[in-house]
Design a protein. Structure first.
Length: 302
């Protein structure tokens, strides 16, 4: 760990969880949904792409969607879990983390990443590396879990631990706020950043069934400051009871909410639109609004 480096996540734990998810192969619905949503965004882009990187390969859904598209000459999948890359399809695959990409500058003209960046300790650094591996006017199309993901589960465990153990421990990962990501993209050198979010709601038989699903997804607690022992039975059952009160559905099931934040940004290029110079407008806003222009600070008279 370098001096001054902030490490929120235990990367070894993240990798273990993802390797387990690769072996189980049963927790892919959210990642498949995210891949399909990114593909829909790509349908709105009129230009073609020849060299494509999929960061966060999982079980190959994103690559399978992209492969039939015309013009793609090279499609590379990258993931930090070997199990997700051990598949029969013949395409280039690389074991890599977002914070240590092994690719040359300007290697790709499209990078897609469905729900792979929220376990990154240094998100600004990862975005900078993604920008560097894009050609000028290359596109980044990425999604990650946002800060409102599993908010009811976070609250349920907080209340349960206070009641059963007299204190709380970190359980649900801190996640990026969509309002901050546009600024991070600009800091990384991207142009024309657009960030928006969507919610995906899923019902489960109980909070315990949700926790089993999260384990199958590889999305269980990997915080460095987490407790290193099993959760007490009483705490677990109390959290499940509280969760049903917070997120119970009329049919007796419970609802889990995932916020998917989508980032669209371009590597800078001289052909891209640029903001006009202040004072260069050809028409006055006051004329368009049919009002009288006044200097700043002046009040309209009655």
């Amino acid at each position: 760990m370098a001096e001054g480096e902030i490490l929120v996540f235990d990367r070894q734990a993240v990798r273990r969880h993802r390797e387990r998810a690769a072996r189980l192969g049963t927790g892919e619905f959210l990642f498949e949904e995210a891949a399909e949503r990114l593909a829909e965004r790509l349908d709105d882009v009129t230009r073609g792409f020849t060299r494509v990187l999929v960061l966060g390969a999982r079980r190959g859904t994103m690559a399978s969607i992209l492969k039939p598209r015309a013009g793609i000459e090279l499609l590379v999948e990258a993931d930090d879990a070997c199990g997700f890359l051990d598949r029969a399809e013949l395409r280039p695959r690389v074991i890599a983390e977002a914070e240590a990409l092994p690719f040359a500058s300007a290697a790709f003209d499209l990078v897609t990443s469905p729900l792979a960046l929220h376990w990154t300790n240094d998100l600004p650094g990862a975005l900078l590396q993604l920008r560097r591996c894009l050609k000028p006017d290359g596109l980044l199309l990425a999604s990650m879990l946002g800060g409102e993901t599993l908010d009811a589960l976070r609250r349920a465990f907080l209340e349960a631990e206070l009641a059963e153990e007299g204190g709380v421990s970190p359980r649900v990962s801190p996640m990026a706020d969509g309002r901050d990501l546009a600024g991070l993209l600009q800091r990384a050198g991207f142009a024309l950043p657009v960030v928006d979010s969507d919610r995906v709601s899923v019902t489960y038989e109980s909070a315990l069934a949700l926790m089993v699903e999260l384990r199958a997804m590889g999305e269980t607690n990997a915080l460095r400051e987490r407790q290193r022992h099993f959760t007490r039975r009483g705490t677990l059952l109390r959290a499940a009871e509280i969760y049903r009160g917070l997120a119970g559905a009329p049919d007796g099931r419970v609802v889990a909410s995932f916020e998917i934040v989508t980032m669209t940004a371009w590597a800078p290029h001289e052909s891209q639109p640029k903001p006009l110079r202040p004072g260069s407008a050809a028409a006055r806003l006051a004329d368009a609004l049919g009002t009288v222009e006044r200097p700043a600070g002046d009040k309209a008279r009655p």
